[in-house]
Design a protein around this ligand. Structure first.
Ligand SMILES: Nc1ncnc2c1ncn2[C@@H]1O[C@H](COP(=O)(O)OP(=O)(O)OP(=O)(O)O)[C@@H](O)[C@H]1O
Length: 324
């Protein structure tokens, strides 16, 4: 890899007895959208706030474009744009006023008008903060993170609370920002967001990196199990389940059969499981209403590395002297 833009080595951060970031290392290449993915409470925000020099680390090192952010946080101010969760501004400040105000903090700020256009905010330039929609507030917070013309931008949970259309629009925008040469560190607890946007990512759980790579690479590294879900008319569902359960007992490519909702049966086995299921159904003259193969995702990666299904509920991090 060319010289990393961000290099985090054995980062650790505690809050009293609570270990929020236990041991996190990763390196981000120029021009990447690099993801920090993990459930709520995994330590993502603490990691990026420490990385940005906004919090003092208890251990490890962070370099952003060669600058040690712990030793010299002021030096990274112009290199790093930070959009943190739930940024709030005064209710009556307008979009344009906020951008001009923040531009004044930097030596070589971006042109506010250009940023407004980039973030589809031109027509809302004179709207007050309190009157902006959730999506518009998020776009403004990204604009404020970019107003210093940073080489690296940290975007933290930028689509939380947005409707699906606003989320997709925000994703497009993140790509537009990257295309302008800004390296992006994207903090998210949304698997689909990470899968869609990130070139590479680390998965963090309880303050530790539990997986890292490209989204597709992580998925491809999973074991070879495949699942086929077949849905039958209600009248055939019981007989179909019986036929498929018998198949699991005898066929080497079929491992297990699980009933689902509304006449669905999930059949899991080797990559050739479909070749076993279809002839068995044909033989029994069971015509399904629907057949689909289950696409594997980062959720399966999380399950494989942690043994838990991915839920966005809080995960208790380790405490000093022992892991929970
Ligand atoms: N200022 C603080 N003082 C004490 N504990 C904290 C503080 N900030 C965060 N924590 C705790 O540290 C752990 C990691 O929190 P952090 O916010 O970094 O996680 P996260 O992965 O970003 O989750 P979320 O997306 O919910 O913010 C959590 O258990 C949290 O309760």
């Amino acid at each position: 890899m060319t010289a990393p833009v961000v290099e985090v080595t054995n980062l650790r951060k505690t809050y009293g007895p609570k270990v929020a970031v236990d041991d996190v290392s990763f390196a981000v290449a120029p021009g990447e959208i690099f993801g920090i993915l993990g459930p709520n409470g995994a330590g993502k925000t603490t990691a990026v706030e420490t990385l940005a020099g906004l919090r003092a680390a208890d251990g490890g090192t962070v370099r952003v474009l060669g600058v040690d952010t712990q030793r010299d946080p002021a030096a990274v101010r112009d290199l790093l744009g930070v959009q943190l969760q739930e940024a709030t501004l005064h209710d009556r400040i307008t979009v344009s006023e906020a951008l001009h105000l923040f531009a004044g903090f930097y030596r070589d700020p971006a042109d506010p008008a250009e940023l407004l256009a980039l973030l589809d905010l031109t027509e809302h330039a004179h709207k007050q903060f309190a009157r902006l929609s959730g999506g518009q507030k998020q776009r403004l917070s990204i604009a404020l993170a970019l107003v210093g013309n940073p080489r690296v931008a940290i975007l933290d949970e930028l689509t939380t609370g947005l409707d699906p259309q606003a989320r997709r629009a925000t994703w497009d925008l993140v790509e537009r920002v990257r295309d302008r040469g800004v390296t992006i560190l994207l903090v998210t607890h949304f698997m689909d967001e990470a899968e869609r946007l990130c070139d590479r990512l680390v998965v963090i759980d309880a303050g530790r990196v539990v997986a890292s790579g490209t989204p597709q690479g992580l998925i491809d590294d999973l074991d070879d199990d495949r699942t086929v879900v077949v849905r039958f008319p209600a009248a055939d569902a019981d007989r179909a389940r019986g036929v498929l359960t018998a198949l699991a007992a005898t066929h080497p490519d079929v491992d297990r059969v699980e009933p689902g909702q509304g006449g669905e049966v999930a059949v899991t086995g080797s990559p050739r499981v479909l070749f076993a299921v279809v002839p068995a159904l044909a033989e029994a003259d069971l015509v399904p209403d629907d057949v689909r193969t289950v696409t594997r995702s980062l959720e399966d990666v999380f399950l494989a590395v942690t043994g838990r299904t991915y839920a966005t509920q809080d995960v208790e991090p380790a405490t000093e002297g022992g892991r929970p």
